[in-house]
Design a protein around this ligand. Sequence first.
Ligand code: SF4
Length: 400
Amino acid sequence: MAWRPRRIVACSPKPEARRLEAVLGLYIHIPFCSAICNYCNFNRGLFDAALKEQYVGALLREIAAAGDGAPADTIYFGGGTPSLLEPAEIAAIIGACRTAFALTPDAEITLEANPETVTPERLDGFREAGINRVSFGVQSFRDDELRRLSRLHSASRAAEAFTMARAAGFDNISLDLMMWLPQQTVAQWLESVDALIDVAPDHASLYILELYPNAPLRDEMVRGRWSQAPDDDAAEMYLDAMARLDRAGYTQYEISNVARPGRESRHNLKYWSDGEWLGFGCGAHSTRRGVRWKNLSSTTDYIATVSAGGQPATERRELTWRDALEEALFTGLRLSNGIDVHTVNTRYRTDVWGIYGSALVRFRDSGLLIYDGRLLRLSRAGMLLANEIMAVFLESPVVD
Ligand code: SF4
């Protein structure tokens, strides 16, 4: 049947108008690091104690100004290296969130941490401050790979940090690993995966190294004559790692994330399941009530603006119906459970398969995409080609 966008996609009121107020996630950006890694493209700078103090003051002010008592059930300290903050500073920020929002008693409160920054005392302090989930940026359990990435920790320090966190009482710990590193073979990557499984975290994130255009690592690769394994090996790395994690009792719930039952990242799930969140700090993004904005990226501009009572938000834009639909599809397909097409159809008054089905059917026929009439999801092989498949949502000429 010929596709008729105007008939299928009726003009629709904003979806947010038809749903209950979402329970918020709160993201706190901490832009300080002890050293800058050679592959890093995040919003971060070198640690400076005086600047950090001013920054924490600005954060407290921004959170207080944004507070409207709305319910929130996650706080996520990301960076940068949030574990460079003192436990008392983390406690003050969590306290500001509690005052400004109705934080649920069982809120998930995550601290991203670099292994070299933690001690038993600091971990005790973070727990007392209210942190109940720690996410360690391990990246590799091989020292040669960590050195190539200019990371400050060793493999043994990463394992030690994990043990310290367990001893401090953290029962929800995540580890990040990166694959397709310079000079890394499939076998070497799987060594790190096996080491992670031995450590037995509650959650793990596996990312593929992305080399942005001016990354210093690119020059180092040229100088050192380091190269990345062929594409087919990268696919093998991903598939073999996921198979090992399956066997070890983890469940993959998103393209890059696995968890023990009940240990999925509740905060990150908000990004992938059409949720709402407020971001505080420089460069932080927010999405709420159909509006998206981003804070000033520069740490000093952010501090100056907030300290003067100004608004750090820039690039504020209202999401169109089409933006919101595309994003719901784009992010929903990242999840292993995929998209509940009925729910999206109802919420956006649309017909997802009617619009995109003709472009998606070749992926379904080749086993990359699974559609049972209700759930639309990627197979694991499809996850390797996620970008290509998701591009369908951007290329199809939907009219709103
Ligand atoms: S520690 Fe993380 S945020 Fe900081 S420079 Fe390294 S990769 Fe970037």
